[in-house]
Design a protein around this ligand. Sequence first.
Ligand code: GAR
Length: 208
Amino acid sequence: RSRIAVLASGRGSNLQAIVDAIAAGSLHAEVVAVLSDKPDASALAKVPPERRWAQSPKAYVDRAAFDAALGDALAGFAPDWVVCAGYMRILGEAFVQRFSGRLINIHPSLLPLYKGLHTHARALEAGDAEAGASVHFVVPELDAGTVLAQARVPVLPGDTDEALAQRVLVVEHPLLIASLQWLVAGRVAEREGRLEVDGNPLFSPLRL
Ligand code: GAR
C-alpha cells in the first residue's frame, strides 16, 4: 500500500475523498499523515492524533525555517506521495526540491489559466464558458508544474463564486482519486518535466 501524506489548510473535503476511496477499496493506499499550517484546520481531525502535524508559521523566523520543519516532519512519515489538498501556503524551492517527483497539488482552475488565488472569480469575470480543476506535479514556480489530469464543469448563468466553487469541488474529488490511482499503480512517470503514462508520452492532461 502506498503511503500518502496530505498537506491541508482547511476543510479537508479532498482529504475526506481520499480516506473514503481507501475505505471503499478503490485506492490501494494509506493516509500516513496530515500536515497543516493551520493548527485549527478541520482536515486534521480526519486522521488519528499520531498522524497529525500542525504548526503556525508565525512560530518560525521565516518561510525557510517553517518549510524545513514541515519537511522534516513530513519525511518522518516516509510518504511515497505528498498531496497538497487545499494547502494555501506557498512552498519554498528547497521544500519542493526535497519532495520533487512525489509532490502533487489539486488546483481549482483549468491550468494554465488562473494560477494562484480567486480562480472562480477570475473565471466568471473573464466570461469563461467552462471552469474546472487540475492535478499537477508541484514545481517551485506557483501552480506551474506539469498537469496530469483535469476535470471540467460548465459555468452557468447567474453563477456566483461560491456556486461555481461548489460545482468544481464536486469534480475535484473523483479527479484527485483517479489521479492517485494512476500514481500509486506506478503508471505515471515524470521525466524532465514531461509526463509518461504506461511508458508513453502524455501530450495533454488526462480528462475526467
Ligand atoms: C479546493 O477547492 C482546492 O482545489 C483548493 O482549495 C479547496 C480545498 O478544499 N486549493 C487551492 O485553492 C490551492 N491553491 P478542501 O479543503 O475541502 O479539500
